[in-house]
Write a protein that binds this ligand. Sequence first.
Ligand SMILES: [Zn+2]
Length: 138
Amino acid sequence: MLRLAPPAWQAIAAHARQAAPEEACGILVGRHEAGEWLALRAEPCLNVHPGDRRRHFLIDPERHLALQREARQQGLEIVAFYHSHPEGPCSPSEEDGRMAHPWAPMLIVALRAGDVAEARAWLWQQGAARAIPLAVAP
Ligand SMILES: [Zn+2]
């Protein structure tokens, strides 16, 4: 299960709405314990994809590294990644699969008419994406 602290979820939803019609992307920092990913906070990142950012994203790699260091200093870790699909769907693209980290869920937020419509968490195992339970809870 990927569990989002309510403020983390609020930050993700606000970021997704604000970035539309481009894809928003970011990093979730927290703890991984007892088979559960707990996201304590969301760190919005710049989408630095050189192409069409309405359909693609690339997390600013310098920010990624900085967050990794910062999380470690706080005794936390990067637990998941998120991005939005401004026109839906809530399922991952082939490109998402190529970018996925096997150890971290990918949260996808789908929008409709500029507002958040759906969110799902995905995990890749043996090259296939499967949805994992998602909850917003402290
Ligand atoms: Zn995607």
